[in-house]
Design a protein around this ligand. Structure first.
Ligand code: WQD
Length: 347
């Protein structure tokens, strides 16, 4: 039987590349669209090193409606789509809202318009727990109210989900799943692929590993006056490989017609919350060295705590995160050392 063909937009990005590996290892043929705005062609080599299969790659900017149309005229046999391609820096989105609304919304609409022409579609959307804001109850279920987004980035995820829902309502064979990620961290255990933040990392774990490697002087811990056991904010840190595998389960659910409704939402987390200080402690343990950090004021827009109720994904997707915080941090640290070695070789 021929392999099912899956389009992964943003497939050279952090979560996208790990998902491509998981798809290939599960027997799917993968086609990647990426405009390389937040990734590099080296990632294609990394994927090939891991799986031995080089995915088809088209360098396309999804903001160009005619290029999107041409792509679907060229590839008429796409069975499913996983849509990662989007700008994702929360802080940047506050300063450049129009860039975020254009990139994250128009590219989604152009993709959906092409899919809508087909008899059926299986579409997986990369969403975020940021849609919940500070949830009233923890752990957070999919029924928790979606709150006014704290940033244009978060708003594009909320709007994206609504656009998809409205599209699914008009066409029963148009099937979609939104996956609301908690905090993805870590790297593939081979250290062939991982997170490649551009400039100063906004997220905790890449800042930790860059501090430990000597690229940053010290980590600033944004606030220790939160109403949490140790005063620092709590998040649900999920290994990127667990997250990648969840995408394969979600796609399979749609391709096998196992969905309960033609639009569904799933939280993807571990179900466990860890504070910033607990992450630091875990990193120091796996790295075998102390981390330089200082406590500073809270970061604007940060919430106190968020961690997932994973019951729905566990039961409906037959998926459960299996990797520990230590394992995720160990993989992030191994990857950081590889990145530094490559940077030294290139200079
Ligand atoms: C985690 C914790 C910080 C950096 C963001 C996006 C979310 C998703 C994941 C895309 C917080 C603290 C951080 C630092 C720190 N991205 N921190 N010092 O903010 O939970 O979520 O990334 O989908 O949409 O909002 O992740 O890693 O930035 O922060 O103390 O230098 O680490 O205050 O408590 P966040 P994060």
């Amino acid at each position: 039987m021929s392999k099912k063909k899956v389009l992964v937009t943003g497939g050279l990005g952090f979560i996208g590349s790990h998902t491509v590996v998981a798809l290939q290892e599960d027997g799917y043929e993968v086609v990647i669209i990426d405009n390389l705005s937040n990734s590099s062609l080296d990632v294609l080599g990394g994927i090939t090193q891991i799986t031995g299969i080089t995915p088809q790659f088209d360098n396309i900017d999804l903001r160009d409606k005619s290029l999107v149309k041409n792509f679907f005229e060229k590839y008429t046999d796409i069975d499913g789509i996983i849509h990662f391609a989007a700008s994702k820096a929360v802080g940047e989105s506050v300063n450049k809202p129009l860039l975020y609304y254009e990139n994250n919304i128009s590219s989604l609409v152009y993709l959906l318009q092409e899919l809508y022409k087909k008899d059926y579609a299986s579409f997986i959307f990369s969403s975020s727990c940021t849609v919940y804001g500070q949830a009233d109850e923890l752990p957070i279920t999919e029924d928790a109210p979606v709150k006014k987004a704290e940033s244009p980035y978060g708003n594009t995820k909320q709007i994206g989900e609504e656009i998809i829902l409205d599209t699914c309502k008009t066409k029963p064979d148009f099937k979609a799943i939104s996956l609301r990620y908690f905090n993805p961290i870590g790297a593939h255990p081979s250290a062939e692929i991982g997170e490649l933040p551009i400039g100063v990392p906004q997220n905790l774990v890449p800042f930790i590993t860059q501090t430990a490697i000597g690229k940053r002087k010290e980590l600033s811990v944004f606030g220790d006056d939160y109403p949490t056991p140790d005063g620092t904010a709590i998040r649900d840190y999920i290994h990127v490989m667990d997250l990648a595998e969840a995408h394969v389960h979600a796609l399979k659910r749609l391709l096998e017609g196992k969905e309960k409704e033609n639009y569904e939402v799933f939280n993807l987390g571990t179900g466990k919350g860890n504070s910033v200080l607990e992450v630091i402690k875990s990193f120091e343990k796996v790295a075998g060295e102390k981390l330089a950090y200082k406590i500073v004021g809270r970061r604007e827009g940060d919430i106190t705590a968020a961690y997932a109720d994973t019951t729905k994904a566990n039961e409906e997707l037959n998926w459960k995160a299996s990797r520990s915080l230590d394992e995720a941090l160990e993989s992030a640290w191994k990857w950081q050392k590889v990145v530094q070695k490559k940077e030294k070789e290139d200079n």
